[in-house]
Design a protein around this ligand. Structure first.
Ligand SMILES: C[S@@+](CC[C@H](N)C(=O)[O-])C[C@H]1O[C@@H](n2cnc3c(N)ncnc32)[C@H](O)[C@@H]1O
Length: 222
């Protein structure tokens, strides 16, 4: 039987092997938070047939971390994004990247880049790509989920909708990870912080904090 220490060593080795790809991938996940994300999925109870879900793939930076953890445990990660960018990615906004605009549709389009990242990371069989609006997809994804990472649209309406649509699907003991949690409004938008507070009030227990990443367990049980 493999020990937890050894398993974590293996996870770090896999992350190290992918450091070139991680450095080259556009996105919004600093390395320390990415590693913490991978460790959190790795530590989340495995229930056969029950997937992990990421909301907000972008070009695949966070999905490299989550996908590596998922693959090493034989789990599946479903990564959901409509791939047209959030409000802050649109032309004229702070996080716009004009190289990601499709010259024909004239819309932001990260789908092919995300697929490429997953292929380069060897994660095509571990990460299921869902190109859809997160709320619409939640209406047809009827089954339970073991792990949820919320990093989609950061407006209040979108963040609250992601919480309302997906958190009820988490199994008891499952993990909820939220990115960009800033208590101080000077440091960032408040929507992720508000759902973090809401989860605390609804009985989630915080188990990990790294930078702006927070990971909580549904229910208090270990
Ligand atoms: C902050 S980025 C995700 C960053 C990514 N996790 C990373 O590590 O780089 C947010 C993503 O959410 C997606 N998004 C925004 N609103 C969405 C919605 N309603 N449904 C699906 N995806 C959405 C955007 O297209 C964008 O790619």
């Amino acid at each position: 039987m493999i020990s937890v220490g050894k398993a974590m060593e293996n996870l770090d080795k896999l992350l190290l092997e992918n450091r070139g790809l991680i450095r080259a991938t556009k996105g919004f996940m600093p390395p320390d938070e990415g590693r913490a994300l991978a460790v959190s999925l790795f530590s989340c109870p495995i229930i056969k047939g029950i997937p992990a879900v990421e909301i907000g793939s972008y070009v695949g930076l966070s999905a490299i971390y989550l996908g590596i953890a998922a693959r090493s445990q034989g789990r599946l990660l479903i990564s959901v994004d409509h791939h047209h960018g959030s409000e802050e990615n649109q032309a004229g906004w702070e996080f716009h990247d004009k190289s990601i605009v499709d010259p024909v549709s004239r819309k932001m389009d990260t789908l092919y880049l995300f697929r490429r990242t997953m292929e380069l990371a060897g994660l095509s069989n571990s990460v299921i790509i869902v190109a859809a609006d997160s709320q619409s997809y939640a209406t047809v994804h009827a089954g339970p989920i073991a792990y949820l990472f919320i990093d989609g649209g950061h407006s209040h309406a979108q963040t609250f909708s992601d919480y309302d649509s997906w958190v009820p699907k988490l199994v008891d003991g499952g993990f909820l990870a939220i990115h960009d949690v800033f208590e101080d409004p000077e440091l960032g938008g408040q929507a992720p912080y508000i759902i973090h507070q809401r989860a605390s009030a609804e009985g989630f227990t915080e188990i990990l904090a790294q930078g702006s990443l927070r990971v909580m367990r549904k229910g208090g049980a270990t």
